[in-house]
Design a protein around this ligand. Structure first.
Ligand code: ATP
Ligand code: MG
Ligand code: MG
Ligand code: MG
Length: 509
């Protein structure tokens, strides 16, 4: 039977509400009180200060669906997006929390009961993992969780131990941490071979769907581990992965979250439709990859711009926007394609995240603006590129025609003379921030021009910029942002996703 993605989300929220969880809205995707990340990348981000004991939780039990972006930082899925069937730059994470309330046993039994009951998943297609311990890190195996899964009916051959890479979670080098247990789903249970060997092997055939983290330890300054007075549960399930499963699809892109976007792209551009034989075949068909990237990026762009993030302040957003714009132009031959695609994204996600519907005109305006910047950068570059290559043949290896801001950036370096032949941090920063060059390209140009780079200054510039950008530690900025968010919420229409649109954190500080 087919369960629409809206039903899937609703069932999750309802199930945990029925188990006394309080619904908390998704926070914006703009990171807050955390200059180390460019985006909110998990449901727990807005509860970090609760785990650190600095803030009261909104309730002992909480449920939400969180807008997440994984571009840059520890979780960077950008380069795989479009190539596989189950990683996106933007995705929704369904999560439930216990703040000092229930622990492992209830978390596991509620999870499996939801998957089997309301969702109707055949449990014989599920594998679970538990933490096997790590002597070097001084961590014990999580035998308790192993026993819990046995008691819930899992046979030994589908309960698998893994090390700290997959099954131990730490907030940072110090602070709250603990073992996790994950639930994986076999898309092809009838296939031959050792299926269990595919768990955590990075294949599209058997994928991780749900991560349940048990925060029970604190990592101290001296590296030692101590027990936390309050134990917490923090879970996150991939909404697109779950929706695909419940629609009998082996790829997230074949679910109702993406199909209407593909239809729109094809209708407006006139390109042949998305084929979607995936992931059982080897679908690296160039057009399909382009479809997936464009659909994925449109969702990410919509989510970020709706939350007030600006490409000027976030280079990673700018890069994704430019990639989407160049696919529209080069592959789909329709430079303004996104103007038609983004409203489709809003049709799909707007009922759940009303800020997207509300901000649609602003999103389209920002897009137009970015399109113009991008266009003028490129029109000034193509013939100039050829000249530069004649002058510096080594540039051929850099594919510089692809890099829009290359010519003005290169000219700037070429014409200036730097003390000690070293490019200062400010200029290095500008090459990335204003001209959009990747770090690797910058390094290559410096080499071609026989220049050194002041990397230390460069890092400092990056840090400074992060602190300046929206949602950082800067209190003034944060207050402005809160104001913007609250003016946004005033005009929101009532929806499924009730509750205030804000971060859960302390007002003062
Ligand atoms: P994977 O190993 O598949 O990359 P992960 O271990 O990095 O996933 P977690 O950090 O444990 O993911 O996040 C919780 C859940 O969020 C995952 O179990 C998965 O269902 C989902 N998820 C993670 N990254 C993505 C992504 N890029 N796109 C879609 N869903 C994702
Ligand atoms: Mg990952
Ligand atoms: Mg994983
Ligand atoms: Mg995981």
């Amino acid at each position: 039977s087919f369960q629409s993605s809206n039903e899937v989300r609703r069932k999750f929220l309802d199930y945990f509400k029925q188990h006394d969880h309080k619904f908390v809205r998704s926070s914006p995707v703009v990171p807050f009180s955390d200059p180390t990340v460019a985006f909110v990348n998990a449901g727990m981000n807005q509860f970090k200060s609760v785990f650190l004991g600095k803030t009261q939780p909104p309730a002992k039990r909480v449920v939400n669906s969180q807008k997440c972006v994984r571009v840059g930082g520890k979780h960077n899925d950008l380069s795989i997006v479009g190539q596989d069937s189950y990683h996106h730059t933007f995705f929704e994470m369904l999560g439930n929390w216990s703040f000092g309330d229930y622990f492992k046993k209830d978390a596991c039994s509620m999870a499996i009961e939801l998957l089997k009951g309301p969702y109707g998943i055949d449990p014989s297609r599920l594998y679970v993992t538990y933490f096997e311990g790590d002597k070097v890190l001084g961590l014990e195996a999580d035998k308790e969780t192993l026993e819990i899964w046995r008691s819930l009916g899992f046979p030994n051959e589908r309960i698998l131990p893994f090390g700290s890479g997959d099954n131990f979670w730490e907030m940072g080098s110090t602070g709250p941490c603990g073992p996790c247990t994950e639930i994986h789903f076999d898309h092809f249970p009838k296939a031959n071979g050792n299926r269990a060997a595919l768990v955590n092997a990075g294949t599209p055939f058997l994928t991780e769907i749900w991560n349940l983290v048990f925060i029970q330890y604190n990592r101290n300054e001296d590296g030692s581990i101590s027990q936390l007075p309050d134990k917490h549960v923090d879970t996150g399930m991939g909404f697109e992965r779950l929706s695909a499963i419940l629609q009998n699809k082996t790829s997230n892109y074949d679910s109702d979250l993406f199909i209407p976007i593909f239809d729109g792209i094809s209708r407006v551009s006139g390109a042949p439709g998305y084929e979607g034989v995936f992931p059982d075949g080897n679908n690296k068909c160039e057009l399909d990859v382009a479809y997936r990237i464009l659909a994925d990026h449109s969702r990410m762009i919509t989510a970020c711009l709706a939350d007030g993030m600006l490409p000027d302040q976030n280079q990673k957003l700018r890069r994704v926007m430019r990639k989407a714009l160049s696919l529209s132009e080069q592959t789909f031959k329709q430079p303004t394609l996104l103007d038609n695609v983004i409203p489709i994204v809003v049709d799909i996600l707007g009922p759940t995240y009303p800020e997207m519907s509300l901000k649609l005109p602003n999103i389209l305006e920002m897009l137009k603006n970015e399109e113009e910047i991008f266009k003028s950068l490129r029109s000034s570059s193509s013939s100039a590129c050829k000249e530069l290559i004649q002058q510096y043949p080594a540039l051929q290896d850099l594919d510089i025609m692809e890099i829009s801001g290359f010519v003005p950036a290169f000219r700037e370096l070429q014409t200036q003379s730097f003390p000690n032949n070293t490019i200062p941090g400010k200029i290095l920063f500008k090459l990335n921030d204003t001209f959009g060059l990747q770090d690797e390209t910058i390094t290559n140009i410096a080499e071609i021009l026989n220049l050194q780079m002041n990397k230390k200054e460069w890092q400092e510039e990056i840090k400074k910029a992060k602190l300046k950008s929206t949602g950082s530690l800067d209190v003034q900025k944060k207050n402005n942002f809160d104001e913007r968010v609250s003016s946004l919420t005033k005009s929101l229409r009532p929806t499924d996703n009730e509750g205030k649109y804000q971060y859960h954190f302390e007002k003062s500080s």
